[in-house]
Structure formats: structure tokens, C-alpha cells
Design a protein around this ligand. Sequence first.
Ligand SMILES: Nc1ncnc2c1ncn2[C@@H]1O[C@H](COP(=O)(O)OP(=O)(O)O)[C@@H](O)[C@H]1O
Ligand SMILES: [Mg+2]
Length: 359
Amino acid sequence: MLAKPEQATRPKLLVDGLAKSYGATVALKPTHVAVQPGEFLTLLGPSGSGKTTLLQMISGLVLPTEGRLFVDGSNETDTPVHKRDIGLVFQHYALFPHLTVAENIGFPLKMRGKSRAEVDRQVKGALDMVQLGHLAGRFPRELSGGQQQRVALARCFVYQPSIILMDEPLGALDKKLREHMQFEIKRLHRQTGATIIYVTHDQEEALALSDRICLMNHAMVEQIGPPQEIYSRPRTAFAADFIGISNIFRGRVEIGSGGVAHLSTESGRYRIDGTGLSNNAEMALVVRPEHLELGSTGANEISGRVAEVVYAGSETRLLVDITAGELVTVRVLPGKPLPSIGETIRLSWAPEAAVLVTP
Ligand SMILES: Nc1ncnc2c1ncn2[C@@H]1O[C@H](COP(=O)(O)OP(=O)(O)O)[C@@H](O)[C@H]1O
Ligand SMILES: [Mg+2]
């Protein structure tokens, strides 16, 4: 059945110019984001970029200095926290220490006046969902960090809020457990269809989890889009640098006769697609490590000395010193011959494999 147009287009959540200042400190400039029903949106950015501030304003825990928040089309800017249909999970899980695992998970249901039988039934389901049924009678202090965080997830998902906000929920866990929990969160998202807004400063986590990433920097949104799009089509040098590994060459555009365009940089002059560019514009060229080839194969070439060979399991990375200490990263797949440290090599790339961004 086809969705009605207004259902298909009305966002679950509309951040309409929300902004926050603390005295002279601007924590978030006026921000506009529309989140679709069932979407997994990640706020990604360095520390201090305004991620938590935006999330807290959506939760109602922080009041905006300006702007409005719409949920399902209605203005909820002034709705108190406990009246919002929103679940929260933070890095410090804050389980009730004197309640068992089952009682912790059942707490939000009891608060909502559910019957004993109903609470028992839903708690059992939630425990199964995070595979903690065998620990129902334990107290938080008898659990590992990962188990405690799973209880916090179950407690959030159990009353089926249609919006779930998570602020660095896996920040305190080690890498292996974090990856496992990412998988659990993805599964819970799929099972429940909740709209999730997730905060992290970890780009790999954002790439792994998100339908879209909202990249933040200096109290504003830098770029928003699906992970693949931000990775392959970053719009700024910051975006290219923050997500994945990038080689960035800054320079000036030179449009020659017949429209042939080059970017003139300290390390060389590179052929670019000049469509829509003006002569002399300051731009940066982004070349991902997997688009650099060893040898003279493409239109653009540089040479340098191999400074380091870094083994990374599924690939090996070369750090190549091209000019006065500027390092370029190259990916070499397993089975390919590796140059030695100190060797001078040539690298090349096809112009269409590189992306021009604002510096
Ligand atoms: N309660 C507060 N009082 C004063 N400044 C704050 C407060 N909360 C956040 N800020 C400032 O706002 C900016 C954004 O903070 P925050 O949203 O916590 O960033 P992030 O979550 O991306 O690390 C920072 O410069 C921070 O110091
Ligand atoms: Mg934060």
C-alpha cells in the first residue's frame, strides 16, 4: 500500500532553528535538521562541537535560547521532559543500584501504571532482546560494564518510545564490546522501528550505524547525508579529514584555454574537473588512500619517499613523504608488492577519483 504523501514527507522530528548560548559561549548556532520516522541519525563531531547540546534540547533537558522543535508535526519546544515520548541512554548508565536487573527494566513500565502481569511480560521480552534473561535477579554491581549498558538499553527500549536519544552510550566500553553493542543497537533499531538520534565522536561507529550522519563542527552542522555520501562526496576539508583517511592538497584553481582546469598546490599541479569553478579560487583536493596507485598510471602524479609501512590486517598503508614532511597515505591490498622504507616511489590517481572541497 502506498503511503499518503503527507505521511511519507512529514518528519518524525523537526529541529527548526534550535540554538543555545551560555552567556558569551555559543554552544549551538541556529540549526535545522529534519529526521524521518524510523531513521537512525548520528550526530558526529569533535568534542565541544555542540552534539550533546543539540541532543539535550531535543530531549527537553536543556531549553533552547531560540528556535522550535516539532515532533510528528506538533510544536513540543516547551513540553516538559517527562511528557515527551522519548527514551534516553547516556554513557553513564545510571541504573538504580538497589534494584535488580529485572526491576530496573520494569521501572519505566511501573511508572506508566502498567499491571504487574504486563510488566513481567514486557520485562521478559526486553531481557531476551538483550540476551540477559539469566541475569534477571542480579544487582547492577554484580554486572560487567557491557552487561550494565545492555540493561540500560533494555530499560530504554522496553516502553517502546518512538524516539530514542543516545549520547556516547558505548564510550566507556572496550573496542571489542563496543562493536558487539553496535550490532545489538542496530538490531534493536531494526526490530522496533524507533527513530534514533545517536551521538558519537567516533567516525567508524557513525559509519557502521547510521542511515545518515550529521557532521558537526564549531557549534554548527558541517554536512548531513548518508555515510557513503559523506565519505565519497565530502564538501569541506574538515568533512574529508574527519571521516576516513584523506590526502588533502590545498591550492588555487587555474582554468586554462579550452576550459582545462588544474589545481596548483605546493606539491604539484593537478588536473581537476573545473565545472562551475572560477579561476584563482582557493580549493582543496581530496584523494582517498584507495584511489592512489603505485606507479605512473593516472593523469596526476606525485613522487615521494616511503616514510613508514603500516600493517593493518586487511590492508597495508604506506606513509609517503612528498614535500618537506607532508605525508600522503596510500592503501596497498594484500598480495601486492610493497616498497621498502626510504625508497622513492611514484603515485598517481585518476582525476575523477578525487573530490574538490572548500578548504
Ligand atoms: N552548561 C554549560 N555551560 C556553559 N557552557 C557549556 C555548557 N554546556 C556546554 N557548554 C559549551 O558548549 C559547547 C558545546 O558543548 P557540547 O554540546 O557538550 O559539545 P559536544 O557534546 O559536541 O562535546 C562547548 O564549548 C561547551 O563547553
Ligand atoms: Mg557531548
